[in-house]
Design a protein around this ligand. Structure first.
Ligand code: NCD
Ligand code: ZN
Length: 348
């Protein structure tokens, strides 16, 4: 009998992933499918997913690109909010289950957010509807004012935008995506998990801002929200170790081609799909919090989104796993997070 430590959990879902399109989609989707049953697909394509027609077509392209089994993996689509978003379209999309929620990008805050929202008041009428129909709002929670220090953008957003917004719409279901600060942890922890949740990425749990500058600048670790100080990293690690229902898995896997990562004006985003689940289990083990691993990966998310918990299971085994070095893409390539490194856990 093998003495290797094994953990069997309900198959997880990834509540925040970027799959892109065309050639990249075809190359990256297999990793998300391997570890996750469902995933919320971010709508920030070059031509954003702003209506039902685009969402249906994009979902179809994703299903066409699945490798393992067409019926297994379920992409959950989101609508990219603009001030022109039609109420009728949004309501129809949500009630027909085309959209699971809508994504708010503050204008110019991250990749493909040039048509994002300038002032939250521009979309109050949309938020009013979303509160009424219980449609979740997914927020890239960063202040887009260029005068605000990049390390303070999340905390500032909470103070200046989110807290007033929640006073106005107390029953709007909100997910703060990829949280990075102790302020976000504290605010979410004291909120009702029915109305406010946060996703946490593996890289924000594993790293802090020092890691971006060790042995020279590391563009592969540049993402938004940017990696923060160690005390914030520790607050995130503590948050998942307390078993709070307000937090769940969202990898924010965000592939960019290598050339665009290392160029001047390099792109923000970390492609972690090949290792995300293995990173999470490593952290839960380090934090002696493995008993909460399954709820973070597989239960808190569906509970928030009012979806059934998956039936399938997945087994992780404590056996070294070498992360692939790169993905070839014709003349280009994509470098995964932890490229070529070895993690302590594998998938069985
Ligand atoms: C994401 C991307 O590249 O689409 N980048 C990132 O650094 N996380 C966008 C986002 O989620 O902010
Ligand atoms: Zn993202």
């Amino acid at each position: 009998m093998s003495s290797l430590k094994k953990i069997k959990i309900i198959k997880p879902d990834d509540w925040h992933v970027h799959l892109r399109d065309k050639k990249i989609l075809k190359k990256v989707l297999r990793y998300t499918e391997m570890f996750y049953q469902r995933a919320i697909i971010m709508p920030n394509l070059n031509k954003p997913i702003t209506n039902c027609k685009r969402a249906i077509a994009y979902k179809h392209r994703i299903l066409q690109a699945t490798q393992i089994n067409h019926t297994q993996f379920e992409p959950l689509m989101t609508c990219y909010l603009t001030k022109e978003t039609s109420l009728k379209e949004l309501k129809y999309g949500f009630l027909q289950k085309i959209f699971i929620g809508a994504k708010l990008y503050p204008n110019k805050c991250t990749t493909n957010s040039e048509t994002g929202i300038n002032k939250i008041s521009e979309i109050f009428h949309i938020l009013e509807l979303m509160q009424k129909i219980k449609m979740p709002l997914l927020i890239h929670a960063e202040d887009n004012n260029v005068d605000v220090d990049i390390y303070d953008r999340e905390a500032n957003f909470l103070e200046t935008t989110l807290i007033p917004l929640r006073k106005k719409f107390p029953e709007l279901k909100i997910v703060l995506e990829h949280i990075t600060t102790k302020e976000a942890v504290a605010y979410i922890e004291e909120s009702n998990p029915l109305y406010l949740a946060g996703t946490i990425t593996p890289h924000h749990l594993m790293l802090n801002r020092n890691n971006m500058f060790i042995n020279g600048i590391q563009p592969n670790l540049y993402c938004l929200p940017i990696l923060k100080r160690k005390k914030h990293q520790n607050a995130l690690r503590q948050a998942i170790s307390n078993g709070s229902m307000n937090f769940f898995l969202g990898s924010d896997s965000a592939p960019h081609i290598y050339r665009n990562k290392i160029s001047l004006f390099g792109c923000a985003g970390i492609f972690n799909a090949p290792s995300s689940l293995l990173c999470y289990i490593t952290i839960f083990e380090e934090m002696k919090a493995l008993k909460y691993f399954e709820s973070f990966c597989s239960k808190n998310g569906p509970n928030f989104y009012n979806l059934p918990i998956n039936q399938n299971t997945i087994t992780l085994i404590k056996k070294p796993c070498k992360i692939l070095k790169k993905i070839n893409l014709g003349k280009d390539s994509i470098l995964p997070f932890l490229s070529g490194e070895t993690l302590k856990w594998s998938i069985l």
